[in-house]
Design a binder for this molecule. Structure first.
Ligand SMILES: *Cc1c(COP(=O)(O)O)cnc(C)c1O
Length: 668
């Protein structure tokens, strides 16, 4: 039948109407509110009218890219998932935001020196990330910070400009100190920050032997310590830093050697993710006081380095919960500049050049891990139309009666619901005992279990709608028992190690279907055979943070979740538990001329099976030889035909170059 255009419109409208009736709508505002997008998204992420999460590459600009559209594009290109998407424009944006915040603070307050950001590469050492940061930071004279030999080797070769700062923290052996001196000999602006008194003696000795005029900084052990997860990076308990008595001894020796001019920088680091701005102000004032007094004694220190610690709002909750911070980027910059200025003005010393080592705040936002939900595991419930047969066990009949009672009495009070729950629990237990003594056939046990979960579900739905002052704990706990498990294609140990190790929360949300309310509660579990391989805390508006609200899976449509603020630390700290390797990475740039407003600049394949195996000393030739021998023996014994043997070997070898993650059959 041929349809007239009018007709087609009518059919379309009808179709829309049916859909509208079937699925209640959810607005982008509701979705953003529910997953706290405005808090952690920092203006980069939002939900479109179409229910898709999008990124604004330029925070204040009108252009945006739908992450879901990028995901579909990658699926079409058969890119293996999970995928880590880097939005290079966001990285650039963060570099600019940081530098502008300090420039504004300096201009506003009339500070008489400049600010230089250095990027601590340990936060994300990926070459493309470091290059992008340097490139975006060029107009601001951005430098680098390193904390180990390998990082120094990487960073040193990137100091194109002689003014570009390279700050070297961490414990330094002779090899590292020699390399730093060589950098200074080359005329590079490389400053080792001495962490221990012996490091000072070692460094000065090497410089004397090589007849180089050295420059160095000192990390001071402040009395102020941070608060929260990384607090031990500062304070008396810290493993880092030179104490005030040691500092005075150091100065005496330096004076004796007539080398006071070598002392160019003072440094402290309170630890990552400073939660409270007051802690920072206190530490900055403490270091500024030390600076002022040293200047007054004629030590020509030029730089005051306030370390890292500039936080990111993972939790998006200003109430001061574990993973939130109580200040903005601008407030941080104002606090640093103002606190230094106040002390210097009171002590009448020159304003020093300010350095900060902010890595987390620069990199966290730019990458999103995209994970596919492979399956949803729900508690097995009974068919709503089920009626027990005469031959079914008495317990099945009794459980069914309890279910009927609950279903047919919508007015039940909490105490009655509790009674029904106790009833069901008792009968299920009886069914279990009868089964273990051999008195209940397995099919009857299955029915009893299904009925039990259906009763729990019905009670739970009632309880969730109740607005009672008092609800029994047993009923509230049903939530936990009834929640779905969504099996997702990733490894907690590779991609969100800090969640497992220190319970850090990352924002996670569906990337699409956000015009539809998420009607299922789920815990996300990963592919590893480890009971810790799950996400146990979420960022949501729910009071109970142990679950994530998600959509029911559809048979014909993959479901994607985005893990946000992945750019800091997680990439590099991930481990190889169960031999899941690095995930595929794609780098995206915004471009108005391209469809969807972006282009994929680069794809870095994830670790293959073969690469993972080589790390634990299994090598392709040996594995092939062994497998071949196993198969040949079976061919010779007549268990399989030679041709089948060849195919088996081919199949085995083909996995070597493949992904370590789950490959959905649809992508084969
Ligand atoms: C880890 C580290 C940083 C980075 O701090 P973030 O606040 O996480 O950006 C800066 N400086 C030093 C000395 C560090 O050890």
């Amino acid at each position: 039948m041929k349809e007239t255009p009018d007709n087609a419109v009518a059919t379309h409208d009808e179709a829309l109407e049916t859909i509208a009736q079937e699925t209640p709508v959810w607005t982008p505002e509701e979705a953003e509110e529910h997953y706290h997008v405005k808090g952690w998204g920092d203006g980069y992420f939002f939900v479109r009218e179409t229910g898709e999460v999008a990124v604004r590459p330029e925070r204040s600009g009108p252009a945006s890219i739908s992450i879901y559209e990028v995901v579909r594009h990658l699926k079409e290109e058969k890119v293996p998932f999970p995928v880590l998407i880097r939005f290079q424009d966001v990285l650039r944006g963060r570099v600019q935001q940081l530098n502008h915040a300090f420039r504004d603070a300096i201009a506003e307050l009339g500070y008489r020196n400049r600010y230089t950001a250095v990027y601590p590469i340990k936060v994300n050492q990926l070459h493309e990330v470091v290059e992008e940061v340097l490139e975006a930071g060029k107009p601001f004279g951005m430098g680098l910070e390193c904390g180990s030999k390998a990082e120094l080797v990487a960073a040193l070769a990137h100091l194109e400009d002689d003014d570009t700062l390279l700050i070297c923290n961490g414990y330094k052996d002779g090899v590292m100190l020699q390399l730093i001196l060589s950098g200074q000999q080359l005329g590079k602006n490389i400053i080792p920050v001495l962490e221990k008194y012996d490091e000072f003696e070692h460094f000065m000795h090497l410089a004397r032997t090589r007849k180089i005029r050295p420059r160095f900084g000192v990390r001071v052990r402040l009395t102020t310590s941070g608060a929260g997860r990384w607090a031990d990076s500062g304070g008396d308990l810290s493993k880092f830093g030179i104490s005030i008595p040691e500092l005075l001894t150091l100065l005496e020796h330096l004076d004796d050697q007539n080398r006071l001019d070598a002392f160019t920088l003072l440094h402290f680091h309170l630890g990552s993710q400073i939660a409270n701005i007051q802690t920072l102000k206190k530490a900055v004032k403490e270091i500024a006081q030390i600076y002022a007094q040293l200047r007054q004694r004629g030590v020509p220190i030029r730089y005051l380095d306030v370390g890292g610690g500039l936080g990111v709002n993972y939790e998006a909750d200003f109430a001061g919960l574990n993973d939130g911070i109580n200040y903005t980027l601008q407030e941080y910059a104002n606090a640093v500049v103002h606190s230094i200025m106040e002390v210097c003005d009171a002590e009448q010393v020159e304003h020093p050049a300010i350095i900060s080592e902010s890595g987390r705040a620069i990199t966290a936002h730019h990458s999103v891990l995209v994970v596919e939900a492979l399956g949803a595991y729900r508690k097995n419930e009974i068919d709503p139309d089920f009626t027990p047969a005469k031959t079914d066990h008495a317990l099945v009949h009794e459980l069914h009666a309890t279910w009927q009672w609950v279903r047919e009495t919508p007015t039940m009070r909490p105490a009655e619901l509790l009674e029904a729950y106790h009833d069901a629990a008792e009968k299920r237990q009886q069914a279990d005992s009868l089964f273990s003594f051999g008195y209940l056939p397995i099919e009857q046990k299955a029915l009893a279990e299904r009925l039990y979960w259906s009763i729990c579900r019905t009670i739970n739905e009632r309880v969730r709608k109740m607005d009672a002052d008092w609800l029994p704990n047993e009923l509230l706990a049903l939530d936990e028992h009834l929640v779905d498990q969504y099996l997702c294609d990733f490894s907690v140990f590779q991609s969100i190690l800090d969640h497992w190790a220190i319970g850090q929360r990352f924002p996670i949300m569906p990337l699409h279907r956000l015009d539809e309310p998420p009607s299922r509660r789920a815990v996300l579990v990963d592919l590893t055979c480890d009971s810790d391989g799950k996400v146990s805390r979420y960022v949501t508006a729910n009071e109970d943070k142990r679950y994530l609200d998600v959509h029911p899976l559809r048979e014909d449509e993959p479901y994607f979740l985005g893990f946000f603020l992945m750019g800091a630390y997680q990439d590099i700290m991930g481990d190889m538990h169960n031999l899941f390797g690095r995930v595929t990475e794609v780098h995206i740039y915004a471009d108005d001329e391209e469809p969807g407003g972006y282009y994929i600049e680069k794809m870095i394949p994830g670790t293959t099976v073969q690469q993972m195996l080589a790390l634990v000393q299994y090598f392709p030739n040996d594995l092939e030889r062994r497998m071949n021998a196993l198969i040949r023996a079976k061919v010779e014994a007549g268990v399989i035909r030679p041709r089948a043997g060849v195919r088996l070997l081919e199949q085995y070898l083909a996995t070597f170059s493949g992904s370590t993650y789950y490959t959905p059959s649809s992508s084969l």
